[in-house]
Design a protein around this ligand. Structure first.
Ligand SMILES: Cc1cc2nc3c(=O)[nH]c(=O)nc-3n(C[C@H](O)[C@H](O)[C@H](O)COP(=O)(O)O)c2cc1C
Length: 165
């Protein structure tokens, strides 16, 4: 019998298993802070609106990096290519993993990773409450799009996107 349950604090592991059935890409979100650049691996990225161009991502409020992202008025979302899993692991481990990658800052001091599949440069549009996470909405002001295949995350594993006919 397939498990069925109402989500509670006690069955969070299997609740996360169910959520992990929804495959996503992987991004690294970066922002300028008073103490230097910060980054975080995130798969909570989603497009919201095309006109105006709005996107969102959700940082955990308990993350040490949360106040830095919540305090940033600009940020960039980098969609990773299939060969960038190691970078995802680095920025999951630590927010200052910029020594692992070529990067520069734009005119507004936002740290930008040089090489990725797509990049969305955002102004912080709104920050909404989302339980133990916040929902940061970004107004996309600039986009960079490169060739390549996306890194995919599902069921706690990294993989490639495979087209079916
Ligand atoms: C594939 C993947 C996706 C993640 N997505 C998110 C996310 O959307 N939001 C979030 O707050 N943390 C996410 N994380 C966790 C953060 O990258 C990071 O590990 C966490 O913030 C570490 O806590 P710290 O900031 O206190 O060091 C993700 C981690 C991985 C490996």
């Amino acid at each position: 019998m397939a498990p069925e349950f109402d989500p509670t604090a006690e069955n969070q592991r299997i609740y996360r298993d169910a959520l992990g059935c929804f495959a996503t890409g992987i991004t690294i979100v970066t922002a300028p802070t008073p103490t230097g650049p910060i980054g975080m691996t995130a798969n909570s990225f989603s497009s919201i609106s095309l006109d105006p161009p709005l996107v969102l991502w959700s940082p955990a409020k308990k993350s040490q990096r949360y106040p830095l992202f919540a305090g940033a008025d600009r940020f960039a979302i980098h969609v990773l290519r299939a060969d960038q899993k190691d970078l995802a692991l680095e920025f999951a481990r630590r927010g200052d993993a910029f020594d692992q990658v070529a990067w520069h800052t734009n005119a507004l001091n936002v740290p930008l990773i040089d090489d990725c599949l797509a990049r969305f440069d955002c102004q912080t549009h709104a920050i909404h409450d989302g339980g133990d996470h916040a929902i940061i909405v970004g107004h996309v002001v600039h986009v960079t799009l490169n060739d390549g295949a996306p890194l995919v995350f599902a069921q706690r594993s990294y993989g490639n996107f495979q087209q079916i006919s």
